[in-house]
Ligand binder design. Sequence first.
Ligand code: DGL
Length: 268
Amino acid sequence: MLPMGQQKLGIIDSGVGGFSVVRELLRQDSSLDILYIGDQLYCPYGPKKPDFIRQRVAELVDYLLSQGAEAVAIACNSATIHAISFLRERYDIPIIGMEPGVKPAANQTKTGIIAVLATEASLSGEKFHRLIAEHGNRIRVITRPCPEMVDLVEAGELTGEKPRQILSRILAPLLEEKADQFVLGCTHFPFLKAIIADLLPHNCEIIDTSQAVVRHIREQLKTLEHANGSEIAKLWLFSSADEKQLQRQFGQLCPESTGSIVDCSSIT
Ligand code: DGL
């Protein structure tokens, strides 16, 4: 168990996608200490079966509890969609999940057509279908599984010709269909936002819910956060593959926050 003191928030993703949530927490000066697991041994989750995702994420929550986590954010849309109800029944702590921004996209579209970029696991989940049924009934929703985008972010390929070509192949048919809202339905994708913005015409918008999600997490965990006074958040990194690699990836994706890292270690 890690040292007591600050209240700890566990954060889980298949890899580095959840860093988009960590980055936003630190930007908003949250004082919650963070225990972050990148389950890179099993990354990507996108092509995995729902049962596998559920069981694996429960193991990771058990681990976080053993390390003193008092709440957990599932910073992964795929795991949220397939595991959140199961986790909430199983654990007696706050478990917070992600939700693709279908609702804001539906409210903002002028063409009546929105595109959701996510993983195969997310797009096939019942929880996702319910979200579309609730907010997408007066518009057309085009879904596009994008495993290539997860690979790019895990490999740190965020700029240059390769990601540009991959992204333009993904976006071109969606633009032809007249989509004008592009929902980033996977926590890895905000790291490709600059390149996506560059490829989209001016009438199009990118729906990135990272800020809203973090506001929601902080609101839900207000009492934990206030218990810490004004101390700066600390970050512990755990990888099921190579912890040094995860630390390097954090340095690339969140360069302004490397001072928060206290330690990085491996888990099984
Ligand atoms: N970052 C994840 C998500 O939000 C998972 C990506 C993957 O492992 O396929 O869905």
